[in-house]
Design a binder for this molecule. Structure first.
Ligand code: HEC
Length: 112
């Protein structure tokens, strides 16, 4: 009798495993529209320890907008002479910029 029960239980388990193998995604996973940035606070509720570690880390700070409040360097049109090359640090509409005076067309501007 016990042996027969074991066989039935084994079959039921196999049936359950096969029954969960449906590869069709549920309809509620279909996106409503284009993906957009939801912000880091959206992750906090489920990832509290990771969020606390990330807050204030270089990973968080590196992705901040490059503004007067967040950038530590002096980008007020100052220059630095180094090995015969002059580099200019400036601020443009599109961010904080630096470039060699001899190749100012290659100036690099960063927004964050
Ligand atoms: C509703 C809860 C929830 C929210 C909100 C959420 N996550 Fe998760 N996340 C999970 C769960 C559950 C897992 C799977 C954990 C596991 O498998 O151990 C996971 C896994 C991850 C992993 C993989 C971790 C690993 O070790 O492989 C990353 C990375 C991650 N989440 C990032 C994010 C980010 C970034 C956000 C915010 C944009 C976010 N999550 C928001 C629940 C959530």
């Amino acid at each position: 009798m016990m042996r027969r029960f074991g066989h039935v239980a084994h079959c039921l388990t196999a049936l359950l495993i096969v029954g969960c193998g449906d590869s069709t995604p549920p309809a509620d996973l279909t996106p409503d529209g284009p993906a957009s940035f939801i912000g880091s606070a959206a992750c906090q509720s489920c990832h509290e320890p990771e969020y606390a570690q990330w807050l204030g880390s270089h990973h968080e700070l590196a992705m901040q907008e490059a503004t007067a409040a967040t950038v530590l360097g002096d980008f007020s049109d100052v220059t630095l002479d180094y090995y015969g090359e002059t580099t200019r640090f400036s601020t443009r509409d599109d961010g904080r910029c630096l470039g060699r005076e001899s190749r100012i067309q290659d100036r690099l501007c960063v927004r964050y």
